[in-house]
Design a protein around this ligand. Structure first.
Ligand code: PLP
Length: 437
């Protein structure tokens, strides 16, 4: 039956591809639809007042209102939790919401966060300016400078934040080293795993405690919708005394505490109740459906993404018109050794490079591509290019961009799953245009 099927996929911990296709699915009991349906509804009918009351107190499990939970979104959350090998996941309206909620759930006025300096521009500006307005201080440290990280942590530091592969300079984070410094100070490590996806890296295996994703990217995979997710490893010890709000009653814990009531899903349920429910950035069920579809082919797409990117990176590295290339899969790349340690099955599909001739030549390249699309997104089946200094990271000061490794000539290429030769032909055409001018 349906239950046995669901349990057997999970119990046997089948391979990644099987979990990507089946993980988290509960067969709809009425239609037995083979895909998780889009439950396009705002609300759910109570059997009677007493039932409604039990749902609200948590005595009985069930959906109440789609800002809090929705069966299509739940299937997406459960599949993400399974793929990241976490205890629970909470979907959000965007990767940006997931990132912000992951921090705001545990940082209050007067608290502090330490973050790697090489982050997505939107994350950087949230941490550096918006979060500051709410009284949470941030110290940025160079990725993998573990001494600087340790020095930056104060008694009020609530989290360490980093990206598996930094956007866009592509430095791979020493997850184990970063986690061990954070844990030595009893602080959780939050990792944005968007660029790697759980197919290439599962940060919990290296000690991370919380993972966030922009699902807009490889999880969706087709550039069709915006969304995000926070995944809880269930392994961080919230009872160390450093996080008293987890061990005493709060609004939403029903007289108990997050840890007593939800166990290893304590953090996830706090994110759901205090962030998604109270701040309101929930995922739409239609987008959750598209993400479930995207996840079904994640393992297949990532293989092609990675092999294409390796070919394009090697081509760029050998091209006389190219000033420099960063790709974790290139031998001799500053991140190659760490990438070999943390990434399994490929090195991702993001490439950073500069064209000989500097800023103008790089911009001419971006203006000259025909197949590759010039736009601000990544992780799509289509190959995409962007000039971060004037777009995704334009809010940073020149000094902040330098600290993030973003030179003015840097182009960020998101290699798609087209035929590698066609991508390379387009790169070659644009390089000839850029170097000629
Ligand atoms: N994290 C990373 C690494 C990103 O690249 C992005 C978006 O570009 C985000 C988070 C934000 O996600 P979203 O655009 O889905 O809000």
């Amino acid at each position: 039956g349906a239950m046995e099927r669901e349990n057997s996929v999970m119990r046997q911990r089948m391979g990644f591809g099987t979990l990507a296709v089946h993980g988290g699915q509960k067969l709809d009991p009425i239609t037995r639809s083979c895909l998780t349906p889009i439950y396009q509804t705002a609300s759910y009918v109570f059997r009677d007042c007493a039932h409604g009351a039990r749902l609200f107190t948590g005595e009985e499990e069930g959906d109440i209102y789609s800002r809090i939970s929705n069966p299509t979104c739940s299937a997406f959350e459960d599949r993400m939790a399974v793929l990241e090998d976490g205890s629970a996941a909470v979907a959000a309206a965007s990767g940006q919401a997931a990132m912000a909620y992951s921090v705001l759930a545990i940082a209050s006025h007067g608290d502090h966060v330490v973050a790697a300096s090489n982050l997505y521009g939107g994350t950087y500006s949230f941490l550096a300016s918006t979060l500051k307005r709410f009284g949470v201080g941030v110290t940025f440290v160079p990725p993998n400078d573990l001494d600087a990280l340790n020095r930056a942590i104060t008694p009020r530091t609530r989290a360490v934040y980093g990206e598996t592969i930094g956007n866009p300079a592509l430095d791979v984070l020493d997850l184990e080293g970063t986690a061990s410094v954070a844990h030595s100070r009893r602080i959780p490590l939050i990792i944005d795993n968007t660029f790697a996806t759980p197919y290439l890296c599962r940060p919990f295996e290296y000690g991370a405690d919380i993972v966030v994703h922009s699902a807009t990217k490889y999880i969706c995979g087709h550039g069709s919708s915006i969304g995000g997710v926070v995944v809880d490893s269930g392994r961080f010890d919230w009872t160390s005394g450093n996080f008293p709000e987890f061990t005493s009653p709060e609004l939403g814990t029903g007289g108990s505490s997050w840890v007593d009531r939800f166990g290893e899903a304590a953090y996830a349920e706090k994110v759901r109740a205090q962030m998604v429910k109270d701040l309101g950035g929930c995922l739409a069920p239609f987008n959750a459906f598209l993400f479930l579809m995207g996840l079904e082919t994640l393992h297949v797409r990532m293989e092609r993404h990675c092999s294409n990117a390796q070919a394009v990176a090697e081509y760029l590295a050998s091209h006389p018109g190219v000033q420099w290339v960063r790709y974790p899969g290139l031998e001799g790349d500053p991140s190659n050794l760490l990438a070999r340690k943390c990434l399994k099955g490929g090195f991702g599909a993001m490439i950073a490079f500069g064209v000989k001739g500097g800023l103008e030549a790089s911009r001419t390249f971006a203006d000259s591509v025909e197949l590759i699309m010039l736009l601000a997104n990544l992780g799509d089946t289509r190959s995409l290019v962007v000039h971060p200094a004037t777009t995704t990271h334009h809010e940073l000061t020149p000094e902040q961009r330098q600290a993030s490794g973003i030179s003015d000539d840097l182009l960020r290429l998101s290699v798609g799953i087209e035929d590698a030769n066609d991508i390379i032909d387009d790169v070659d055409r644009a390089l000839r245009a850029a170097v000629r001018e």
